[in-house]
Design a binder for this molecule. Structure first.
Ligand code: 6R9
Length: 572
């Protein structure tokens, strides 16, 4: 198949020469950035906030928050004080101590960011939840982690099954006219009265920082525990991959309920002392373009699903905004379709840089860098300091161009520390001792670029051919009628599996058998005969997670009439 590529970009980037850095970089070099390198006192929140507040960035804007009702800016000094107050409230009103689990269940707002860092400052472990979670999702997570404290709003309280959570001692409510009784405490009242001076809890590098629950295909969601040491990689990847520099205005569109919204919505930007935009409310093409324009966003980190929605929204919204402030654009969460990269190049004249990583890996691992050629459809190359390979099912390294298990050699700083209460699950990621096996299927080309194929469970075996759902989906969305597509293998007694595509159409197109035939033909001639879906079903929406991932296992379960498994992260 023809490979399409964009040349490296000229410019003053933090990472100038990928090959050279890959040869020589060791992680301990990155540690010199941190004050603990000299003081020996460790706390991520200190490095992300207080270190800047006590230095030359004191009055630099750290957090700019915009929603339909609020427009606020906080400097690093403000952020230091606000997070200190939050830490004090938690300590004095709920007795929170090092290692306690404190969950935050509320919409994006400055209070959420203050509280999250406040928890970390006092050495506790923070568990951020999507505000859209329903009762079962909240119960599973708080119960599994024996959370001691919850910070939420009165509106969301009905989704907190307090009676089922014996470990939950205190519930802080953020809102108007809070009545304090039993374990319910008015957070804002105490926040206002709290001291802005705090004794930070110094911790070990291997002490707990954050607990992100992530759902597997079966069973309950698993609690991925990260530790303070992850900051080394949050920092270094924010430098090289996000390319954050002194004057940048950075916007990560992810919610802190998803690992992207913490590693790169909080830690990466603030460890590097960058001005960080947080936008409240829901996605709308108008609102998003306006955010870029009004703040003059220079570095923008988002996800394929959002880019596809912007693409589907078309020219009118795009053309009425000035997006020339953008200098660097990135994507994560799902394979980035070549069509989306072409759209980015046409519509705002920027390459969109794909980045691959997982909740479990804590930070970016395989990425595209401005100084490197960008091969459309590839995830890029491993970060300096990271060794990636494709393994067969026995743990042997496969040669280039063979599809297999994407694996990373242990030894990068942000690898999860454990799965909460589930050592067995943790061990299952390391079947060949030294290698972390991701569960993703990929291949590496001759020049060392990695190409994502699908989750291992999603790879389709049809008439003896292995087909990754991603390339079929990518081809499908190149058809003008197709807005989104999800592709699965459907058992078939002759071919093993056949390819079935679920397709959501763009506005202005009507479902018909003729259109199905046309789409099939389009994939057949554009990709390969064996990759063309034998069945196409139109649907209004493709089921996705809140972080925008197509839930192929849900499509498959629907198709086969089987139980759908954990649906807590399904978007409404
Ligand atoms: C950060 C994050 C992890 C899974 C991962 C893979 C998929 C993420 C991707 C990608 C192709 C990319 N994924 N980035 N697939 N290209 N650039 O997304 O974490 O929510 O835990 O998901 O997402 O399948 O294994 P998480």
């Amino acid at each position: 198949m023809k490979m399409e590529a964009f040349p490296p970009v000229e410019g003053n980037y933090n990472l100038q020469n990928y090959e050279e850095m890959y040869e020589k970089f060791q992680w301990d070099q990155a540690e010199e950035q941190f004050s603990w390198h000299t003081t020996g006192k460790v706390n991520l929140a200190y490095e992300a906030v207080d270190r800047h507040a006590e230095g030359s960035k004191k009055d630099k804007a750290a957090l700019c928050y915009l929603s339909s009702t609020r427009n606020e800016t906080y400097t690093f000094n403000d952020l230091k004080q606000m997070t200190n107050k939050a830490g004090n409230v938690l300590r004095t009103k709920a007795g929170v101590k090092k290692g306690d689990r404190v969950f935050i269940f509320m919409p994006r707002s400055p209070e959420l960011y203050f509280a999250l860092l406040g928890v970390i400052k006092i050495g506790a472990i923070v568990g951020p939840l999507f505000e859209a979670f329903m009762e079962d999702a909240v119960r599973d997570r708080l119960y599994d982690s024996s959370a001691k404290v919850l910070i939420t709003t009165p509106e969301l309280l009905e989704r907190v099954p307090v009676q089922d959570l014996p470990a939950l001692e205190t519930i802080f409510l953020i809102g108007e006219n809070i009545e304090e009784k039993d374990q319910y405490v008015d957070y804002q009242k105490h926040f206002q009265e709290a001291s802005a001076q705090l004794d930070i809890e110094w911790v070990e590098r291997t002490d707990g920082l954050i607990l992100h629950y992530t759902s597997g295909s079966t069973g309950k969601p698993k609690g991925v525990l990260h530790v303070h040491n992850a900051m080394v990689q949050h920092y270094q990847s924010a430098k090289w991959v996000l390319d954050l520099q002194e004057d940048d205005i950075y916007w990560c569109t992810a919610d802190p309920g998803w690992v992207t919204g913490t590693s790169y919505g909080i830690f990466g930007p603030w460890l590097t002392g960058t001005t960080n935009i947080v936008a409240g409310g829901r996605f709308s093409p108008e609102g998003w373009y306006k955010t870029i324009e009004s703040f003059g966003v220079t570095v923008w980190y988002s996800a394929p699903t959002s880019f596809r929605m912007l693409m589907a929204a078309g020219e009118p919204a795009l053309k009425s905004h000035n997006l020339t402030s953008l200098r660097h654009v990135l994507s994560v969460g799902e394979p980035l379709n070549p069509e989306v990269i072409r759209w980015g190049q046409e519509s705002f004249k920027k390459r969109i840089h794909d980045t691959w990583w997982m909740t479990e890996t804590g930070a970016q691992l395989i990425c595209n860098y401005p100084c490197m050629e960008l091969r459309l459809g590839s995830m890029g190359k491993p970060l300096p300091g990271v060794e990636a390979a494709i393994l067969d099912d026995e743990g042997n390294i496969l040669p280039p161009n063979q599809m297999g298990n994407l694996a990373i050699k242990k030894g990068w700083p942000s690898l999860m520390h454990t799965i909460w209460n589930n050592q067995e699950k943790y061990d299952s990621y390391f079947p060949f001792s030294d290698w972390y096996v991701s569960g993703d299927s990929a291949y590496m080309d001759e020049e060392g670029y990695f190409w994502f194929q699908g989750r291992v469970d999603d790879v389709i075996m049809t008439a003896g051919e292995r087909v990754g759902p991603f390339e079929v989906e990518s081809k499908l969305i190149e058809h003008p009628a197709v807005a989104e597509a999800g592709v699965i293998g459907k058992p078939d007694h002759i071919r093993g599996e056949i390819i079935k595509a679920f397709v959501a159409l763009n506005d202005g197109y009507t479902e018909s058998d003729q259109l199905k035939e046309e789409i099939r033909h389009f994939v057949k001639t554009g990709l390969a005969a064996h990759s063309a879906p034998r069945e196409i079903e139109f649907c209004e929406k493709i089921p996705k997670t809140r972080s925008g991932k197509i839930m192929r296992r849900v499509l498959k379960a629907w198709e086969l009439g089987l139980p759908t498994g954990d649906l807590s992260t399904l978007e409404d």
